[in-house]
Write a protein that binds this ligand. Structure first.
Ligand SMILES: [Zn+2]
Length: 425
């Protein structure tokens, strides 16, 4: 570690300061001091305060940190309008030298670094516990076998617990081995490439090819509207939250139809307990679904007719944060229409959706779960890759027909134990 003599000296006092910081952090998380209450160090009693030169409220905190984001600006003060002192790269060593300060919607930490003193956004740094290291080693560029993560695991910038966390990988994430494993901080580390970037994972969280068992089923949940007057077709927000917490705590990972298509076409790995959280009909409450799903770490799948109560921007956003599927122009019983009527309902709806999302939608859901042979043929001819039925419960892959994937209608009349019993496999 690059630690100057001054910082080494400072570090001796860290035990007391760690205790002090923990107390401060516990009492005042990320908002220790308001920028307005800070007075500049060199100000005369009557002079105007300079927000880019605040006085530090704790003389010497001394906790070790590193930059965790790819890059962050070291600024002269706690505001994006203050001068940039230096651009700090990931893993740059820092010492926090005072209390956190709020400014411009960020929480800022006053720090000392090799490049000077200043302020960095707290979200871009991470604390380094005592006694851990980050000795960077050259990972070979050669590519090795394709495996998966066997557990949720941190992707780090180097082979040590003192290295920056680049991303958190879910269980079942495909990774490619980039070189030999390395020891560090009592762990064995494996250099890998992942969809979230290159880095290191602990070897225990790596599953080689062939060792990964695909799940036997997918739970495709079907929701409609969301509000407090819950009934068969309406779930209350608190019920949805209860269900999301249960799914999270029981190891379920959300996938979207794109993941299902990759699994069906190429055998791409699915997480151990895949769930598709589908929300039908484009109610305005789809926005609330999106926010709650995001808050609990899930992605939604939204089945949209042309009359959806959502703006094109919102639909685009739903597809970026999950996936949107076709659901016909006007939500008729398709099996009661002739060929031309069905063609219009399916193809016009897809053209509308594709224009909004800027790509070809992969999935369709039959309104009312109603279809005949003509319906399915038009769905295939329109360019869809999978289609969803409305009923029939858990979908076991052994019995799966990709053009009629079964779903579970989640009723607002269920209690949590009923929900748990229906989605467990
Ligand atoms: Zn519908």
């Amino acid at each position: 570690m690059l630690v100057s003599a001054r910082r080494s000296h400072r570090y001796r006092f860290s035990v007391l300061c760690v205790v002090a910081l923990v107390v401060i952090a516990t009492v005042l998380p990320l908002a220790a001091v308001s920028a307005q209450t800070v007075t500049p160090a060199s100000a005369t009693p009557t002079g105007p305060s300079d927000p880019c030169k605040p006085a530090l409220t704790t003389a010497d905190a001394g906790d070790r940190y590193i930059v965790s984001s790819a890059e962050t600006n070291l600024r002269s003060g706690p505001s994006t309008s203050c001068d940039i002192v230096a651009e700090l790269e990931r893993d740059t060593a820092l010492v926090v030298v005072g209390d956190l300060v709020d400014g411009d919607d960020y929480s800022w930490a006053p720090v000392s670094s090799e490049s000077g003193e200043g302020f960095v956004v707290v979200a871009n740094i991470q604390e380094v516990p005592d006694g851990v290291t980050c000795v960077k080693a050259e990972a070979r560029a050669e590519t090795g076998e394709d495996g998966f993560t066997s557990d949720a695991v941190n992707l780090r910038s180097g082979p040590g617990l003192g290295c920056a966390i680049i991303a958190q990988l879910n269980s079942g994430t495909p990774v490619q081995v980039r070189g030999k494993s390395i020891e560090g901080d009592g762990e064995i580390w494996l250099p890998v490439s992942s969809p979230m970037g290159d880095g290191y994972i602990v070897h225990d969280a790596y599953a080689p090819p062939g060792s990964w068992e695909q799940p036997v089923a997918v739970a495709v949940l079907m929701y409609h509207d969301l509000n407090d007057n819950y009934n068969r077709f309406v779930v209350a927000p608190w019920q949805l939250e209860q269900q999301l917490i249960w799914l999270r705590d029981n190891g379920y990972t959300s996938i979207t139809p794109r993941d299902l298509v990759a699994f069906l076409d190429t055998g791409a790995p699915l997480p151990p307990r895949p769930v598709i959280l589908s929300v039908d009909d484009g109610w305005a409450s789809a926005r609330v679904f999106r926010d709650l799903l995001t808050a609990y770490g899930f992605k939604g799948t939204y089945m949209l007719p042309n009359y959806a109560e959502l703006t094109p921007e919102e639909i685009y956003d739903l597809n970026q944060n999950g996936e949107v599927c076709g659901h016909s122009v006007s939500h008729p019983f398709l099996d009661q229409l002739g060929y031309d009527g069905q063609w219009y309902e399916i193809v016009e709806n897809k053209a509308w959706l594709d224009a909004i999302i800027g790509t070809s939608a992969t999935c369709f859901a039959y309104p009312f779960g109603a279809f005949n042979d003509t319906t399915t043929q038009i769905v295939i001819d329109a360019g869809y890759q999978v289609a969803f039925h409305a009923w029939d419960g858990l979908q076991y892959f052994e019995y799966m027909d990709r053009w009629h994937i079964t779903r579970i209608e989640v009723s607002g009349d269920w209690d949590l134990s009923t929900f748990a019993a229906v989605v467990t496999f």
